[in-house]
Design a protein around this ligand. Structure first.
Ligand SMILES: NC(=O)c1ccc[n+]([C@@H]2O[C@H](COP(=O)([O-])OP(=O)(O)OC[C@H]3O[C@@H](n4cnc5c(N)ncnc54)[C@H](OP(=O)(O)O)[C@@H]3O)[C@@H](O)[C@H]2O)c1
Length: 300
């Protein structure tokens, strides 16, 4: 049976791969992100796959945006069965060297806006007694890494929020809150990140494809689970972080500099933290080797 699925963050990476995956099943889609042109492209892809699609350009961090999106979905398709929230931004830089407004906007987008999405979705679901909210966490909601403090803080906060909402929804058997927590994924988020570190970031290996994470999201919508981890060494990293914190802290800085950053210099910039950029793609070019990654679009 086809469902109405809202996807916030549908123009790039995991969100775009998720839109394609639901479209292939003939679901009705409500796609949202800031970039209207790229959203039109994604809508065309999903229409071609046979889905009914509404695209709603939205800055989800703006007050009232999730409620407006919920209203648009209800007007178009009569309600929402699944809401997948993938929208997020990233910033690299030592905590004291990155502008305060950039740190704040990362937390606002990744945590406060996710909470606003959850509020809109759960109000709809409580009214009908049914619906599934899938939030996108990260292994960085379980462990920490230097130079990504806003992102790490937001993902720890999001995991706490998801657990609290799961507990609050226990009275509603038809309402589910799921968290999908990937490790490194091949998406453009690294090139699109704000950067005050001087070197472009990259996903440390092993790197999963965005479509693998999208499949985990679709599975969560079909058979909701509290949390699903995607990434071969997530468990190992969590074990080291928890059981051997001293060793972990000694290794994580050098490892981050060696495998979490490219050697490509970059001038300080805000990336897409405040405004979107054209040309979202599913892949960031990180699985085709370093030269491929160099060729991929980036802000600089
Ligand atoms: N890539 C990884 O290695 C990785 C690992 C673990 C977890 N994750 C998580 O997976 C999710 C997707 O990440 P990704 O790697 O696919 O990132 P991405 O390729 O940069 O895509 C992020 C999406 O969020 C949208 N977005 C950002 N700010 C927005 C805003 N204010 N309002 C509406 N939409 C907004 C972007 O579209 P516009 O620019 O058009 O608004 C884009 O569609 C995130 O929650 C991320 O934290 C990613």
């Amino acid at each position: 049976m086809s469902r109405t699925v809202v996807i916030t963050g549908a123009t790039s990476g995991i969100g775009r791969a998720t839109a394609r995956a639901f479209a292939a099943r003939g679901d009705r889609l409500v796609l949202a992100a800031r970039n209207a042109d790229t959203l039109t492209e994604v809508r065309a892809e999903c229409l071609a796959a046979g889905a009914q699609v509404v695209a709603v350009p939205t800055d989800i961090a703006e007050a009232g945006a999730p409620d407006a999106l919920a209203r648009a979905a209800t007007e178009a398709f009569g309600g929402v069965d699944v809401w997948v929230h993938t929208a997020a931004v990233m910033a690299y830089g030592r905590f004291d060297r990155q502008p305060e407004h950039v740190f704040d906007q990362v937390v606002r987008t990744n945590l406060i806006a996710a909470a606003a999405v959850a509020r809109s979705a759960l109000r709809l679901f409580r009214a009908t007694g049914a619906g599934t909210l899938v939030l996108t966490g990260s292994v960085l909601g379980h462990i920490t890494a230097p130079y990504m403090s806003g992102y790490v803080a937001s993902k720890w906060g999001l995991r706490g929020l998801a657990r609290a909402l799961q507990q609050e929804c226990r009275d509603l058997p038809g309402v589910q809150v799921c968290l999908v927590s990937p490790g490194s994924v091949d998406t453009p988020v690294y090139q699109r990140a704000a950067n005050y570190l001087g070197r472009i970031g990259r996903p440390p290996p092993p790197v999963s494809s965005a479509s693998r994470v999208a499949r985990a999201i679709v599975r969560s919508a079909d058979r909701p689970r509290r949390e699903v981890s995607v990434g071969r060494i997530n468990v190992l990293m969590r074990f080291g972080f928890t059981v051997l914190p001293g060793v972990y802290d000694r290794l994580v800085g050098p490892l981050m500099r060696r495998v979490g950053l490219t050697d490509e210099p970059v001038a300080p910039h805000e990336g897409v933290v405040f405004t979107s950029a054209p040309g979202g793609t599913v892949s960031g070019g990180w699985r085709g080797g370093r030269d491929h990654a160099r060729r991929s679009d980036r802000l600089g």
